[in-house]
Design a protein around this ligand. Sequence first.
Ligand code: FES
Ligand code: FES
Length: 173
Amino acid sequence: MKLNTTINGMPKNLEIRPDDYLVDVLRANGYLGVRQGCDTGNCGVCTVHLDGKSVLSCVLLAIKAEGHEITTIEGVPQQAATIANFFVEQGADQCGYCTSGTVMNILYMEQLVEDPTEEEIKHFLKGNLCRCTGYASQLRAIQAYFNLRRQQKSEGQVPRGGYEDENRKPESP
Ligand code: FES
Ligand code: FES
């Protein structure tokens, strides 16, 4: 069967089976930034956005994306690089396997909470497990990222209301 969807701004018509999960379809089509871990909706490494909201692609049937818009880490290169630099600075990127899912959830949090508190950050990211860092360094990195965003916004450098405005670049066909 066919799946008609949009991935990172590009229309896609993909061959899938009815029981395929989204993570498998994305990885089979080259979106390898989407990680695969527990396959049971518990670790968060497979997080992508569906119409701008974080979803766990390992527990979402691919057909559910019919007519919807998927964003993977490959679709948000600028923000991903900015957050990754803070992760490196704070020692929060060790094996790195969890990072792309965590970054996608940080970007989702940013859509909902402009200036999150420490508690709000912990709440949003409680489903993104990391086996290496112990989370304190991640928290410092995320706070540093939001400090930067606050500064940028106060200087009028970035539009309010979404990473899509500044960040999404359609892939090359
Ligand atoms: S692989 Fe999807 S939540 Fe773990
Ligand atoms: S950095 Fe290794 S699992 Fe998070």
